[in-house]
Design a protein around this ligand. Structure first.
Ligand SMILES: C[S@@+](CC[C@H](N)C(=O)[O-])C[C@H]1O[C@@H](n2cnc3c(N)ncnc32)[C@H](O)[C@@H]1O
Length: 393
């Protein structure tokens, strides 16, 4: 893939792909430099290597398997949908997005057309009135599942069967429809309550040969192709063998831990995740992949769980994959108290990762390697797998 660049009619306003006009090899070089500037000194002091970034193998397009739109009234019964202009809540319409699964934007625009036809009012953010707030689509990577979630400002949709019939006709790719209720005046897209309107209420996908059920409120990596690269790096760094015990912290639907258990017979996994519905998915996923007897998932705040459990259990390896804000000093000191041989820290924010690694380095761990992974081409975001080994207690 040479120095070709891509163009998008709304790139300037949308702000989602801030590096779209930068050739992909240069994007990768910038991300490599970003990681080296944040982790280079730390790696050098440990004698660790920073690997070359794992970029996307093919065209860096259509990689986002999750897409969302806000809705707003556009006058005369019309509904506006698309992307928020960067830094605002002004919606820019979008017919086709280069980085999304091609099915996704078509479906989101189809939802707006159905809402117009059925006179379902779009949400008015300023006044907190109206019905339809957002729609979210999740498309399978290895399956044809397409889960559509309608986020509403009301607990009950009027004539739900009519809405489902119209959506199925307009968007035949959709395999299940869920209503999510969010009545709060907040920027968060999803509320707490989900109601299945049609189908199973979940989607399925496959990663590294394992099958996963993903619910509307569960975290799932948006670029599954690169997720396989990321997870394989994490599993290689974990260097597991039968009989080992693994903590999968911030585990979502259990994806990394279940891949670890499936690839290594005899390995036992404990997963900790804050979202209770994701933990229920993780338990079903462990059963579906035949590893339930070796996997235990707990719904808890990771820091709070660590403060209760540290000292009670032995783990050979801690795998951790926290959100952008990173972990907490309490959790990291808890990890050091558990004294696993290896810690594998997967992060989508190298800044908070660097901060957290300092704590582990001060508690007897040394960096072995750092591997950047490009999960989000055309953006400045970079994912990173840091592999650590215990050198003293
Ligand atoms: C980056 S995601 C990783 C999930 C999973 N490892 C994966 O690859 O799909 C971070 C996860 O941490 C969970 N989370 C966020 N804060 C948490 C906390 N304080 N305690 C436990 N889990 C938390 C989120 O709900 C999310 O599922």
């Amino acid at each position: 893939m040479g120095f070709r660049t891509y163009t998008c009619k709304i790139a300037r306003n949308c702000g989602g792909c801030e590096w779209l006009s930068v050739p992909y090899p240069i994007q990768l070089r910038r991300k490599q430099e970003q990681v080296e500037s944040l982790l280079g000194d730390m790696a050098a002091s440990c004698g660790a290597r920073i690997d070359k970034i794992c970029g996307v193998a093919g065209e860096p397009l259509a990689y986002r398997h999750k897409a969302a739109t806000p809705f707003a009234p556009a006058g005369h019964g019309r509904i506006r949908c698309g992307f928020y202009a960067a830094g605002t809540h002004r919606i820019i319409p979008c017919e086709k997005c280069l980085v999304e699964d091609p099915r996704a934007r078509k479906i989101l625009n189809g939802v707006a057309r159905v809402a117009e036809r059925l006179h379902i009012p779009a949400y008015e953010e300023d006044r907190g009135i109206g019905v339809l707030r957002h729609a979210v689509v999740r498309c399978g990577y290895a399956t044809d599942d397409v889960l559509l979630t309608l986020v509403t400002n009301v607990p009950e949709l009027r004539g739900p069967d009519r809405v489902v019939a119209a959506l199925r006709e307009e968007c035949p790719e959709v395999t299940s429809i869920v209503q999510n209720v969010n009545t709060r005046r907040t920027n968060a897209i999803l509320g707490k309550q989900n109601r299945t309107l049609w189908g199973t209420g979940v989607m399925h996908d496959k990663l590294l040969g394992c099958t996963f059920e993903i619910g509307p409120s569960s975290f799932y990596q948006t670029n599954p192709e690169q997720t396989e690269v990321l997870y394989q790096l994490a599993l290689d760094a974990a260097d597991l063998e039968g009989g080992m015990s693994v903590l999968d912290a911030y585990c979502g639907t259990g994806t990394i831990g279940i891949c670890a258990a499936a690839a290594n017979s005899g390995v036992e996994v404990t997963g900790v995740e804050r979202v209770a519905s994701a933990v229920r998915c993780a338990e079903r996923n462990a059963r579906a992949n035949g590893v339930a007897e070796r996997c235990d998932f707990v719904a808890a705040d990771a820091t709070e769980w660590m403060s209760r459990k540290a000292g009670e259990r032995h783990f050979d390896v801690v795998l951790m994959d926290p959100p952008r804000a990173g972990s907490t000093p309490e959790f990291l000191h808890g990890v050091a108290d558990l004294a696993p041989e290896r810690v594998v820290y997967v992060s989508c924010n190298v800044q908070t990762q660097a901060r957290d690694l300092e704590i582990l380095l001060g508690r007897g761990y040394t960096l072995r390697s750092v591997t950047p992974v490009d999960m989000f081409p055309h953006t400045k975001h970079v994912e990173c797998v840091a592999s650590l080994r215990r050198t003293r207690r």
